[in-house]
Design a protein around this ligand. Structure first.
Ligand SMILES: [Zn+2]
Length: 230
């Protein structure tokens, strides 16, 4: 069977050669659920092109607080309306990445295994090579030693890839956060499938299709490991 989708991970040695210390400007609150007694947030969802400037919950989203689920539900409805993000999960990163880079100014730099930036010139090259349908936002990134501003951007990776996942708590919607042992991509979007996105049930997992891998290969981009999943 032809491999159509790949899990995207940092290439060998990438995280040793360059490291970013930084966070997204805002993060939606975590949940403290009185039903299942879990305090939780998800790892991975990131919407760098969105802004909370002028939003009444902007200060709250700088605090990293957990809220009782009923309060979270009110906040997420407001954040969703403000940002256009369909599903605000507890721990959703919003706004540009703000941070400092140490090491080499690589083509791709990884903040963590679930978040990476393109060097601007590399992003332009990929766009010229035919990569479409992905929005990016400039990161507010400086070098760790000289505070020189660097030109990197973060792609907005939608949770457009899905696998069946149980909903464990009927109140707060707590879901199994562990990476599924077998990933089979089912994609209701058809032709609208993103060339690179996140797994909806485990947003820390980045998935790309064969077209994305081919563009990276044609342009000589290093920095990604593509692990076949189907
Ligand atoms: Zn719960």
């Amino acid at each position: 069977m032809t491999t159509t989708h790949f899990e995207v991970l940092p290439g060998v040695d990438e995280r040793r050669r360059a490291a970013i210390r930084g966070v997204s400007r805002w993060i939606s609150p975590g949940v403290d659920c009185s039903n299942c007694e879990r305090q939780w947030l998800v790892i991975g969802p990131s919407y760098p092109t969105r802004s909370l400037i002028g939003c009444e919950y902007e200060p709250l989203c700088r605090s990293g607080k957990n809220l009782p689920f009923a309060d979270f539900d009110v906040v997420r409805a407001s954040l969703s309306e403000r940002t256009g993000i369909e599903e605000i999960l507890p721990g959703t990163n919003i706004g540009p990445l703000v941070g400092a880079l140490s090491g080499e100014q690589r083509e791709i730099v990884w903040v963590s295994v679930w978040q990476f930036l393109f060097r601007r010139d590399v992003w332009k090259m990929l766009a010229r090579a035919g990569l479409q349908g992905i929005e990016v936002a400039d990161a507010e990134l400086v070098t760790a030693d000289s505070t020189e501003a660097l030109s990197y951007c973060e792609p907005e990776l939608y949770p457009g890839f899905s696998v069946a996942a149980p909903r464990l708590c009927s109140t707060c919607g707590f879901r199994e956060l562990a990476r599924p042992s077998v990933i089979r991509v089912s994609n209701p979007l058809g032709d609208a499938e993103p060339s690179i996105g996140r797994l909806a049930s485990s947003p820390s997992v980045i998935i790309a299709n064969a077209a994305f891998k081919e563009i990276c290969s044609n342009t000589g981009i290093v920095g990604f490991e593509f692990r076949p999943i189907s």
